[in-house]
Design a protein. Structure first.
Length: 341
């Protein structure tokens, strides 16, 4: 079963890429929903934490509405990102301002007016209150369940967008779509998403927006309710940063048994492991619990040693591993317990 999207030339030519914290919230909740038991690696530790948040933080409960109880959620609940790299506050502002005519039009695509499910009624009868309650719940869930990981996630997404944008600029949308994901097939002019659904439609004189997501875990989403934009999400690289024993754990490793810490020092070892996925100085400081000045000092030494590189992406500077750094982390910096097993 698949979703087939026929793209005309103007739509294909307007292919763009954007990140979305709000879509990350949606897919993170779907991830928990799809795996009622233990969520697979690398999401296992994060999922345990997120479930505690949903159980113990009442303010976060309304966020669950994004995963529609009946499985049919109108797209206005997760609007198209308003900019290429919006903050969550930007997206929630769009959500709060959803016009009543948009709600009515989109709900009509999924439900008859005389058979509206209870959970959707408030968005029709008391729109502003319902939208504010949902947005506040999303914010509370984000603050407790995702925000601690967001600096590292954002750095990984920045690198993903840079990689895809280079491919788009150098080789065009055909090459980009052909290598997007193993469950995305591009046979001009049809983009096929392998999903447990059967649906076909044609995009005429619109824009194709690609949204990479850390929490996707291979799931593909497609948003078609917007009159000008068809949005398709896909799995971004970098989900391993959510794994248990990640950068924050590395910062607290025992330097007497950590061979990489013995060689370069505990702080630099933590930074070196953390830039396995590209990250900013601020992101590293937040993830590792170190002062930004300390992180900057370690990065300067690692760049000078030729094991880390720095690259500018828009207004941000991302740090990542050089081949020599990969060798250090892989051969010397492997988890001591694993290395001795």
């Amino acid at each position: 079963m698949v979703i087939r999207i026929e793209l005309d030339e103007p739509t294909l030519a307007r292919t763009r890429i954007a990140t979305s914290p709000l879509w990350e919230v949606l897919t993170s909740l779907y991830l928990l929903e799809r795996h009622p038991g233990e969520v697979p690696w690398p999401y296992t530790g994060w999922a345990r934490h997120a479930r505690r948040v949903l159980a113990e933080v009442p303010a976060a409960a309304p966020a669950r509405l994004l995963v529609a109880p009946d499985g049919r959620a109108p797209d206005f609940l997760t609007p198209i990102p308003p900019t290429p790299a919006p903050a969550l506050a930007d997206e929630l502002a769009v959500l709060r301002a959803t016009p009543p005519e948009v709600i009515a039009e989109q709900i009509a695509h999924y439900h008859r007016t005389d058979d509206l499910p209870d959970w959707l009624h408030p968005f029709v009868t008391d729109r502003e209150v319902a939208l504010d309650r949902l947005a506040d719940g999303i914010q509370a869930y984000w603050d407790a369940a995702i925000a601690p990981w967001w600096p590292a996630m954002r750095a990984a997404l920045d690198e993903e967008v840079l990689h895809r944008a280079r491919a788009l600029a150098a080789e065009g949308p055909d090459a980009l779509l052909a290598e997007l994901h193993d469950r995305v097939r591009w046979e001009r002019p049809v983009l096929t998403l392998v999903k447990p659904l059967e649906h076909s439609f044609r995009a005429v004189n619109q824009r194709l927006l690609l949204i990479p997501l850390i929490f996707s875990r291979g799931a593909l989403s497609c948003s078609t309710d917007h009159p000008e934009i068809v949005a398709v999400s896909y799995q971004a690289r970098g989900a391993a940063l959510l794994a248990e024993g990640g950068p924050a754990a590395a910062a607290t490793a025992d330097p007497t048994t950590d061979r990489l810490a013995v060689l370069v020092g505990r702080g630099r070892a933590a930074v070196l492991r953390a830039v396995t996925r590209p990250a900013t100085t601020a992101g590293l400081a937040a993830t590792l619990g170190l002062a930004p000045s300390t992180v900057s000092e370690h990065l300067a030494a690692l760049v000078a040693a030729g094991v880390v590189h720095r690259r500018r992406v828009g207004r941000r500077v991302l740090y990542g591993l050089e081949p020599a750094g990969v060798a250090l982390v892989t051969l010397i910096g492997a988890d001591p317990a694993t290395a001795s097993a």
